[in-house]
Design a protein around this ligand. Structure first.
Ligand code: APR
Length: 257
């Protein structure tokens, strides 16, 4: 049958392998962007900010988390964050942090966290962007490029190499959020967007949801779902983070975990 010859394959082409770029496209994991807040670390024993037993209770936020507070009483600010550092050292990641880390097997997971703790990293997440700084870092009070690791206390008189006082590497109220542009760019490329344990009241972080592509599925997991308006394709899971993340994973994977 002469017509069939066009469809016969020479033996060497039987070992078909797609072009590497096509292979990459076929194998590419979906991009899952997860915005987390204090609520994800609550079950690890780290208190949230705005729940009734919140961290600000007993502390005036303008005294401990603003440049003005730092100028007025740096010792108080250092003491406040030295205590936070101790709390984080004593805490361990919980099932919600671990669940998100496990999802890297199936998704390209990017965590964008407002938290200053390192519980996502300790759970095994490899792509974590800290919007509001990190408790295990300190920097020169005049040069934000001079950043150092710190696991113990920062004391008044501790100097950076430029001779300036060291301060916690934390983004305080009234300070710019340097990572927000990167976070917005990442969010704009999401295939799935998830919010875990944030009251969504602090901007610009709370505005990230507005950068998500309109059509993609979005999830909010929170003990008490915060009010959000006009978010398309939204599923809410009103549960503590450990239970809620488990339920979310079952939803996206399609089986019980
Ligand atoms: N599981 C899930 N969600 C919880 C849990 C829990 N176990 N416990 C509390 N939550 C939720 C609360 O319902 C609330 O929506 O976590 C959220 C905590 O909100 P906030 O205390 O406002 O914390 P966050 O949104 O992270 O704050 C944002 O504000 O103070 C600044 O810079 C600080 O990064 C912080 C930012």
């Amino acid at each position: 049958m002469p017509g069939l010859r066009h469809w016969q394959c020479p033996p060497e082409t039987l070992n078909f392998s797609p072009h590497p770029q096509i292979l990459n496209l076929l194998m590419a994991k979906k991009k899952m962007v997860v915005l987390t807040g204090a609520g994800i670390s609550a079950e690890s024993g780290l208190r949230t900010f705005r729940d009734s037993d919140g961290l600000w209770e007993g502390f005036d936020v303008t005294e401990v988390a603003t440049p003005r507070g730092w100028r007025k009483d740096p010792s108080l600010v250092l003491e406040f964050y030295n205590q936070r550092r101790k709390n984080v050292l004593e805490a361990s990641p919980n099932a919600a942090h671990h669940g998100l880390a496990e999802l890297e097997k199936h998704f390209d997971v990017q965590i964008i966290t407002q938290n200053i703790d390192d519980l996502h990293e300790r759970a095994g997440s490899t792509q974590v962007l800290h919007l509001h700084g990190e408790i295990f870092k300190m920097r020169s009070e005049v040069n934000e490029e001079l950043v150092y690791e710190i696991r113990t206390d920062i004391l008044l008189g501790d100097k950076a190499e430029d001779g300036a006082q060291l301060r916690p590497h934390i983004v305080w109220f009234e300070e710019p959020v340097p990572m927000i542009e990167k976070a917005a760019m990442i969010t704009a490329r999401a295939d799935i967007f998830v919010v875990v344990g944030t009251s969504l009241v602090v901007y610009p972080a709370a505005g990230l949801v507005n950068f998500t592509p309109h059509r993609i599925p979005k999830y909010i997991i929170d003990k008490k779902i915060p009010s959000v308006s006009s978010v398309h394709n939204l599923t809410t899971i009103e549960k503590p983070a450990t239970e809620g993340v488990k339920e979310f994973i079952e939803m996206v994977m399609g089986f019980e975990v």
